[in-house]
Write a protein that binds this ligand. Structure first.
Ligand code: HEC
Ligand code: HEC
Length: 306
């Protein structure tokens, strides 16, 4: 059975159709949703779509995401048919992630990091879909965004997409020489950092219209989420994390402790808790390898006092 078929079976099961006699089907279903849960964690969907502070139900709508354009509220993405995405198909999810376009044809704001998620593999989207079908439906309306004119005009997001977004398969590029013996791990690291983990959404600086400046990839962002500074994580000694060993990076991703013994604060504390601490050791190694081979960026970001 293909992944797509497995996802379909989940759909049928959720919808209450008879599951059929094969015990192995159940096993496959479990596998797809289990893998989907992993993709879901690695991509940090929960953090944005849940209002933890106000004890909101999981995925029923997120906390306020403050940006220079106004405040976004990630919508309800539970399978509720009225308030969530219960009437969506897998194709709808694929189009939202790959192209930033809603089922009604409108474009999404890039506050939904589809520009990173666009590179997700077919298998990961199918598994993610299987998982999103089995989360608890919550009948709560999404909150409106609070955006300043003209950013409140959704039609502008279509223009933004045309200017700054090039859909297409993710290509990590050629493996650099210093990762030659570990090409597979390096490619996995690239995918985890640039696609699923969308690390650049916070760690890469943005231009005036909010597009990330990939010439300074992961070179730090003086005005990250909620306006705070986000450090340079390229291997530049001094201004980046060039003085960290790969093991230092792995430890930080696993438990949030840096080589000086300080713990991650702010947005990164959440990333460690919801995402990087839950990855497999191999995936953390892959991220550390990838970060250590990035082109170094000389750019000092003044940190927030902890
Ligand atoms: C950085 C915060 C953030 C993360 C991470 C994030 N989202 Fe969202 N998402 C948003 C925002 C904000 C919107 C609303 C965009 C808009 O209104 O144009 C959104 C919209 C959506 C929508 C459209 C819902 C609708 O009703 O049209 C879907 C589906 C979705 N996200 C799924 C996901 C999935 C799956 C993940 C993980 C792979 C994810 N999101 C991760 C912020 C986020
Ligand atoms: C939601 C925004 C956000 C995302 C997404 C994010 N980070 Fe961070 N990251 C931060 C912030 C803010 C800090 C600074 C934390 C502090 O001051 O304690 C940070 C710190 C770090 C540090 C420590 C750097 C130093 O000099 O102390 C590393 C390493 C790091 N992040 C790696 C990653 C990786 C890898 C990813 C993707 C898997 C990622 N981050 C995703 C916001 C983010």
């Amino acid at each position: 059975m293909t992944l797509r078929a497995a996802a379909l079976v989940v759909l049928l099961l959720v919808a209450g159709f008879p599951s059929g006699p094969a015990a192995s089907t159940t096993l496959l279903v479990t596998e797809a949703t289990r893998r989907g849960a992993y993709v879901f964690q690695a991509a940090g969907c929960l953090g944005c779509h849940t209002d933890v502070k106000n004890k909101g139900s999981p995925l029923a709508g997120g906390r306020a995401l403050k940006t220079p354009f106004g405040t976004f509220h990630a919508p309800n993405i539970t399978p509720d048919r009225e308030f969530g995405i219960g009437t969506w198909t897998e194709e709808d999810l694929t189009r939202a992630l790959r192209q930033g376009v809603a089922p009604n044809g409108q474009s999404y704001y890039p506050a939904f990091p589809y520009t990173s998620f666009a590179g997700m593999t077919d298998a990961d989207i199918a598994d993610l879909w299987a998982y999103l079908r089995i989360v608890e439906p919550v009948a709560e309306p999404s909150r409106e965004h609070l955006l300043a004119f003209p950013f409140n005009l959704r039609t502008l997001t279509g223009i933004w997409r045309a200017l700054y977004f090039a859909p297409g398969e993710f290509d990590a590029g050629p493996t650099p020489e210093n990762a030659a013996g570990e090409a597979e791990s390096w490619r996995r690291g690239a995918y985890l950092v640039r696609v699923l983990g969308h690390c650049g959404e916070c760690h890469t600086p943005r231009g005036v219209l909010g597009a990330v400046d990939n010439g300074l990839m992961l070179g730090g962002n003086p005005a990250g989420p909620d306006g705070g500074p986000v450090p340079n994580i390229t291997p530049q000694p001094g201004s980046g994390i060039g003085d960290w060993s790969r093991e230092d990076i792995v430890t930080y991703l696993q438990m949030g402790m840096d080589p000086a013994g300080d713990f991650a604060g702010g947005a990164m504390a959440e990333v460690v808790e919801n995402t990087t601490s839950r990855l497999t050791p191999d995936d953390r190694q892959a991220i550390a390898l990838y970060l250590s081979t990035l082109p170094p960026v000389e750019r000092k970001i003044v940190r927030q006092p902890r």
